[in-house]
Design a protein around this ligand. Structure first.
Ligand code: ADP
Length: 543
C-alpha cells in the first residue's frame, strides 16, 4: 500500500465561516423587518459569531453541549449557525411550529443547555420554558419584554448586550471533523420525533455538493431567498453553502405569508429561492390577485420537501421562473436528488424530466428494494423502496441506534417508494405508508393529487387510503375548491377518469376548507385519516 501525500486537513464549519468572512466578506444577509430590510455582510456575521461564541463560553458552554435556537430565518440565526458548531458545541434549531409537548420532548431528549429565542417568539416560548428540563440560560434576540421569563429560574440575557461585551475574534478550537456540529429532529409525521446529528464533515461536504452547477448552482453573483426554515434540516444546509460560495442570503424572518413575502421579494430582489411547494403556491395566488407586484428578479425556485406538481411548474414557467425539483430528508442533510434535464433531452421530454425528483448528488448512492427484499432494477418502471447511503446520510438516530425498521445493513430506508430510470432519474410514487393498497394493487396518492390539483377549480387536493371491506383500502379524495368556482365532486371524478385507470378512481370524496398541514407545510395525512375515522368529514360516495 502506498500512502497519499495529501494533507489531512479536517473539514470544519469554522473553515466555512472563515472562508465566507474573508473571501466573500462583502456578501450579504438581507433580513425582512416587516417595514423594509436589514442588511449585514458576511464579515459582520463572522464578528457576530465570534462574539456569540465568547458569550456562550462565558455562560459555561463546553464542547459537545447543545445550544438550541427558537428563531425565524434571520441574520442572528445565521450567526448562531456558525458560532455554535465552530466553538465545538452542537447547534440545535427547535422547530417552533410543533406542538409544545413535542418541542419539550425534543429539547429534553437533546438536553439543550442554552436557548437563543427571537423576541417575536418570546411569549410562546415563555409558556414552554417550565417544561424544558435541561435549559439553564435563555438569550433573547431583539426588543422584548423579558419580564415574561421572571421567576423561571434560568439566566435571561439580551443578545446584543451580551455580544457587545465580547471580542470580535474568537480562538476557534481545532475540532475533530467527525464530531457533532448540529442536530435536527424529524418532524414526526410518523411516531415521535427522532434526532439526527450532523458532523462538521457532513455539513462541509454537503455544502460543496449542494452548490454545484447541476444542483443549486450557487455563486457569489446570487441572492438566494431562503424560505425553507432554519429550524428545518438546517435550512437545507443553505447558509453553509452560502459561505462556501459567497451567495448572499435573503431571509424572510417571520414575514412568510404571501403578501409580506411578495413585498420582501420586491424590496430585496433575490434571483433564486428555496422552499416547499405550499409557499410558492401561496405566492403565485397572491401575484394573480396583485399583478403589479414586482417579482421579476426571480429566475429559479427550488421546490422540495413535497412533490412539485405539474400545475405549479407551469404556473412558475408562465411567470418566467424555472421551478427546480429537489428531494431529500432530515436524515440526509437533506440533499438526495436534484432535477435538471439531461443536456441532450428532446424538447418534448424536458418537462417530464423536470417533474421527476431528479438525479442523485455525487456521493449519494441509492438502491431500490422490492417487497420481497430483492433489489429492483433501474428501468424507469419497476417500483421499490428507496434506500440510500453516503457521507451526509445518518447511520442511526440519536440515542436510538440503527433499528431494522429504518436501516438495512448500512443503508438508510427512506420510506419513499418509486422507480429510477436507466439514466438515474428518481420518480417517487409515494411514501411507503401513504401508498394505497387496494386489492393487491398499489394506487399512488401523489399521482391522484397531482391530477386533481390540475383542475382549474381546485386549489389543492390530498388523497389518503381508508379502510374498505371489499378491497382492504380505497382512496378518499379531499379537495379544496377555489373561491367562487362551482364544481361538484361528480365532475371532479369524471375529470380524473380521463387521467387514470377506472379502478384507481376514488369513490369517497370530501370538499374541505383546507388541507391540514404539518409544521413544515406538508399535507398531514394522519389528520385526514383520523377525521375520516371519526366521521368528521362530509363524505360523498360515488361510483
Ligand atoms: P418528515 O416529514 O418525515 O419529518 P422530512 O421533512 O425530512 O421528514 O421529509 C422527508 C420526506 O419528504 C421524504 O422522505 C419524502 O417523502 C418527502 N419529500 C421531500 N422532497 C420531496 C419531493 N421533491 N417530492 C416528493 N416527496 C418529497
Amino acid at each position: 500500500m502506498i500512502t497519499s501525500t495529501m494533507m489531512d486537513v479536517p473539514l470544519q464549519v469554522r473553515r466555512l465561516l472563515e472562508h465566507g468572512a474573508t473571501i466573500h466578506g462583502g456578501s450579504r444577509v438581507v433580513t425582512a423587518t416587516g417595514t423594509g430590510t436589514h442588511e449585514v455582510r458576511f464579515r459582520d456575521i463572522a464578528r457576530g459569531a465570534a462574539r456569540l461564541a465568547g458569550a456562550l463560553a462565558g455562560l459555561g458552554v463546553k464542547p459537545g453541549d447543545r445550544v438550541a435556537t427558537f428563531m425565524w430565518n434571520n441574520h442572528r440565526h445565521v450567526e448562531a449557525y456558525f458560532a455554535v458548531p465552530a466553538m465545538g458545541a452542537v447547534l440545535h434549531p427547535l422547530n417552533i411550529r410543533l406542538f409544545p409537548e413535542q418541542i419539550a420532548f425534543i429539547a429534553n431528549h437533546a438536553t439543550d443547555r442554552v436557548v437563543i429565542v427571537d423576541a417575536s417568539l418570546l411569549p410562546g416560548f415563555a409558556k414552554l420554558l417550565p417544561a424544558l428540563k435541561s435549559v439553564r440560560h435563555v438569550i433573547v434576540a431583539g426588543q422584548a419584554d423579558r419580564a415574561v421569563l421572571d421567576g423561571s429560574g434560568v439566566g435571561v440575557y439580551d443578545y446584543e448586550t451580551l455580544l457587545a461585551a465580547q471580542h470580535q475574534t474568537y480562538d476557534w478550537p481545532d475540532v475533530d471533523e467527525r464530531s457533532a456540529a448540529a442536530m435536527c429532529y424529524t418532524s414526526g409525521t410518523t411516531g415521535h420525533p427522532k434526532g439526527v446529528v450532523y458532523s462538521h464533515r457532513s455539513i462541509y461536504l454537503h455544502a460543496l455538493a449542494e452548490a454545484m452547477p447541476d444542483v443549486f448552482d450557487l455563486s457569489a453573483r446570487d441572492l438566494l431567498l431562503t424560505v425553507v426554515p432554519q429550524f428545518h434540516v438546517l435550512a437545507w444546509g443553505l447558509p453553509y453553502a452560502a459561505f462556501a460560495t459567497g451567495t448572499s442570503l435573503a431571509m424572510p424572518d417571520r414575514f412568510l405569508t404571501p403578501e409580506p413575502l411578495a413585498a420582501f421579494i420586491e424590496a430585496a430582489r433575490p434571483n433564486k429561492g428555496a422552499g416547499v411547494p405550499t409557499v410558492w403556491v401561496g405566492l403565485l395566488e397572491h401575484l394573480e390577485a396583485h399583478p403589479e407586484t414586482g417579482v421579476s428578479s426571480l429566475t429559479d425556485l427550488v421546490v422540495g420537501g413535497s412533490a412539485m406538481s405539474e400545475t405549479l411548474m407551469r404556473a412558475l414557467d408562465a411567470r418566467g421562473i424555472t421551478g427546480l425539483h429537489a428531494w431529500g430528508m432530515t436524515e440526509m442533510s437533506p440533499l438526495g436528488t436534484f432535477s435538471r434535464p439531461p443536456v441532450d433531452a428532446a424538447d418534448e421530454d424536458v418537462d417530464g424530466y423536470r417533474l421527476t425528483q431528479g438525479r442523485f448528488a455525487a456521493p449519494v448512492e441509492a438502491r431500490l428494494v422490492g417487497p420481497d427484499g430483492d433489489e429492483v432494477g433501474w428501468d424507469g418502471e419497476s417500483v421499490g423502496e428507496l434506500q440510500v447511503r453516503g457521507p451526509w446520510i445518518t447511520a442511526s438516530y440519536f440515542q436510538e441506534g440503527d433499528d431494522e425498521e429504518h436501516f438495512d445493513e448500512g443503508w438508510l430506508r427512506t420510506g419513499d417508494v418509486g422507480s429510477v430510470t436507466p439514466d438515474g432519474y428518481l420518480r417517487l410514487t409515494d411514501r411507503a405508508r401513504d401508498v394505497i393498497k387496494s386489492g393487491g394493487e398499489w394506487i399512488s396518492s401523489v399521482e391522484l393529487e397531482g391530477h386533481l390539483a390540475a383542475h382549474p377549480a381546485v386549489v389543492e387536493a390530498a388523497v389518503v387510503g381508508v379502510p374498505d371491506e371489499k378491497w382492504g383500502e380505497r382512496p378518499l379524495a379531499t379537495v379544496v375548491v377555489r373561491e367562487g368556482a362551482s364544481v361538484d365532486v361528480t365532475e371532479l371524478r369524471e375529470f380524473l377518469a380521463t387521467k387514470v385507470a377506472k379502478w384507481q378512481l376514488p369513490e369517497r370524496w370530501a370538499v374541505v376548507p383546507e388541507i391540514p398541514k404539518t409544521s413544515v407545510g406538508k399535507f398531514d395525512k394522519k389528520i385526514i385519516r383520523a377525521a375520516y375515522a371519526h366521521d368528521d368529514l362530509n363524505v360523498t360516495t360515488l361510483g
